[in-house]
Design a protein around this ligand. Structure first.
Ligand SMILES: Cc1cc2nc3c(=O)[nH]c(=O)nc-3n(C[C@H](O)[C@H](O)[C@H](O)COP(=O)(O)OP(=O)(O)OC[C@H]3O[C@@H](n4cnc5c(N)ncnc54)[C@H](O)[C@@H]3O)c2cc1C
Length: 312
């Protein structure tokens, strides 16, 4: 990272919270369920699907895991009641993975079966590499019983092509298809296990995506990188993937123009909608990834200006 960007990232925690909050309005759908439902409604009206994430990851007590699961169940009920087209994205660490794996599996079984009652779907987000194997094992365990669950794979991990094939083969034996979201991966991982070079990560993303499409797995193609979007469209065309076999996915607030380009191309697009009390930590992460935007905040610390809300 350029030294100037590093400086901006270091200064970020000093930025006043209200200023970060104004910036966060672009990336986070508020603190309450009602605000999140408004955002999902607006996205649906614009022809987009959504996936809802309750902010908050590593937890310290089982009660916190149970509470987070309760909130997700309440969201499933609210989405059904409002007739909104959105599923949920869940982090296993938030469901107690690192506290008690048995509890985590119980919570996830309950959540996936509740989602099934609402004819809805649960996507298991992927976290850092310490969670990868457990997350895949829990996904496979759940997938044996339920068909409304999917998992995320990260193209920056050297193991991911192997994991893709392993998951597809394991499920093939049961006569069912895998459901993946493919992203690059957001955590800082050592070079021994993760590609560091951006061009190489893109190549690996394309390679894995082709494997998934060839296997007729369902794929959520999660990227804002236009080159990868182009590669995905080439592969969709090459492998005659049907509209029901894939969707594009993007984070709320990131590149709405690209979203519209994808939609105009006739593809399905799902927007990741995070919300909740823990908006501050999430926003700092977004800003650290994009120091150019963070620089806006630093500037505004001295001369408040307009940090616009996402148009749609
Ligand atoms: C729907 C969705 C779900 C995801 N789920 C997970 C997950 O479960 N586990 C995981 O490890 N990672 C997840 N990610 C994050 C992902 O791994 C990447 O870190 C992130 O998407 C950036 O990679 P990119 O493919 O968009 O390409 P990049 O080349 O990194 O980004 C392309 C452009 O998009 C913009 N941009 C990208 N990301 C952001 C951002 N966060 N904030 C502001 N601007 C941005 C930048 O301007 C950049 O120039 C998810 C991403 C998406 C879109």
């Amino acid at each position: 990272m350029h030294w100037f960007n590093q400086l901006v990232v270091m200064l970020l925690p000093l930025a006043p919270k209200p200023l970060v909050k104004r910036f966060a309005a672009r990336y986070v759908a508020g603190e309450t369920q009602a605000q999140m439902l408004d955002t999902v409604r607006r996205l649906n009206q614009q022809g987009m699907l959504a996936t809802v994430d309750v902010l908050g990851e590593f937890i310290h007590h089982r009660e916190e895991a149970l509470q987070a699961a309760q909130e997700y169940k309440s969201i499933l009920g609210a989405l059904a009641k409002e007739g909104l087209d959105a599923n949920i994205s869940v982090k296993l660490s938030q469901m107690g993975l690192l506290l008690d794996q048995t509890l985590c599996i119980e919570i996830m079984e309950d959540l996936v079966s509740t989602a099934a009652k609402y004819r809805n779907f649960v996507r298991i987000d992927m976290e850092d590499s310490a969670c990868t194997s457990d997350t895949l094992n829990i996904y496979l365990k759940l997938r044996r019983k339920y068909d409304n669950v999917g998992v995320v794979l990260q193209a920056y991990l050297r193991r991911t092509l192997g994991d893709t094939r392993q998951v597809c083969n394991d499920l093939e034996r049961l006569g069912v298809k895998a459901n993946f979201r493919l992203c690059k991966g957001i955590y800082v991982e050592p070079r021994q296990i993760a590609f560091k070079d951006h061009a190489l990560i893109n190549k690996n993303y394309t390679l894995i995506l082709e494997d998934m499409l060839k296997n007729r797995a369902y794929v959520g193609i999660a990227t804002h990188n236009e080159e990868l979007v182009w590669e995905a469209m080439r592969l969709i065309d090459l492998h005659h993937s049907k509209k029901e076999e894939y969707e594009f996915q993007m984070l709320l607030g990131v590149d709405p123009e690209l979203r519209n380009i994808i939609l105009d191309g006739g593809h399905r697009l799902r927007v990741y909608v995070p919300f909740g009390q823990q908006w501050y930590a999430y926003s700092l992460r977004r800003l650290k990834e994009n120091p150019a935007l963070a620089w806006h905040i630093i500037k505004n610390m001295f001369s408040p200006g307009d940090i616009s809300r996402e148009a749609g």
